[in-house]
Design a protein around this ligand. Structure first.
Ligand SMILES: [Zn+2]
Length: 300
């Protein structure tokens, strides 16, 4: 895996409101040291590094995807994914640093070669540049720090802390319910119609596993192999892998079911928690969670 750094996109364009903020700061500070009131993206990143329990890795996708460490930060938006809609709402709120869990440009490494000249890609890149925005991905280290930040946010969102197994933080011992009741409860909690289920809707389950995001079919199947997982809730998967594994398990009479919650639903609360975490040590600029939401819907 190569480390890919997509930086160097810093634009000279500054939003009017930011210019006003800066000149006011310079006035307040006289002319002695106006730079002292300026917060750069690298300052935020170094504070993040200091508050993680893990070392910052040399090979990581957690790099700048727009702007650079020198970009001056007016405010921070944490989000599951820096969608076009999220970056526009962040910009309107005066938050020019986006801390995103998932990629900005439609592939894990945010590689741009394939997208050069693509209308969708170019409109997004141009918007970020013209508004002097900096996008930092925060994926690997938010999972690696202890406890996993996405996990903390998701367990809070589910309200399942009291059900947490001592053997695995994402296995829950719950009162017995049918697979259909569990799926409906998730539909209501996440307010989405786009949940899919594999297995018998009337099967009673009380041992529930939760696999966030898209860790790959082997990680999901490892969870399904556990004796203490009857139903596994996942973000997303290749349907011809994990989905078909569960279809066969069900055909063989095994007590297994799979609920596909959607990638965004399965992780987004972890980035809401990220904003709360950042606020415990960043007070130089405002920090706010900006919801990306679930992109999927299904006809009722
Ligand atoms: Zn994740």
């Amino acid at each position: 895996m190569n480390r890919i750094v997509a930086g160097g996109l810093c634009s000279l364009f500054l939003a009017g409101s930011f210019l006003a903020f800066r000149s006011a700061s310079q006035r307040d500070n006289g002319t002695k040291n106006p730079a002292s009131l300026t917060v750069h993206a690298d300052h935020i990143l170094s504070k993040i590094k200091n508050h993680l329990t893990c070392e910052w890795a040399d090979e990581t996708v957690d790099t700048y995807k727009s702007g650079s460490g020198d970009t001056e930060v007016t405010g921070i938006a944490t989000t599951f994914l820096a969608t076009f809609d999220v970056i526009k709402r962040a910009e309107q709120a005066g938050l020019n640093m986006i801390i995103t869990h998932e990629p900005t440009y439609y592939n894990h490494f945010d590689a741009s070669e394939f997208f050069e000249g693509d209308d969708v890609f170019e409109e997004k890149r141009t918007f970020l540049e013209e508004h002097d925005m900096v996008v930092l991905r925060f994926h690997d280290h938010w999972h690696r720090t202890s406890p996993d930040g996405i996990q903390v946010g998701m367990v809070n969102r589910l309200g399942w802390k009291t059900y947490q197994s001592e053997d695995h933080p994402m296995v829950f011992k719950m009162p017995s319910q049918t697979v259909e009741e569990l799926a409906k409860a998730l539909r209501d909690k996440f307010q989405t119609s786009a949940i899919s289920v594999v297995g018998d809707p009337n099967m009673e389950v009380s041992e529930i596993g939760f696999s966030m995001g898209a860790p790959g079919s082997q990680a999901q199947i490892r969870m399904l192999r556990r004796d203490d997982v009857e139903a596994l809730i996942i973000g997303e998967t290749h349907q011809w892998e994990t989905v078909e594994y569960v279809r066969d398990a069900v055909s063989q009479g095994k007590t297994k079911a799979l609920i596909l919650l959607g990638h965004a639903n399965s992780e987004e609360a972890g980035m809401e928690y990220c904003a709360e975490w950042l606020k415990t040590f960043i007070d130089e600029v405002p920090v706010q969670f900006v919801e990306a939401g679930d992109p999927l819907w299904a006809p009722e």
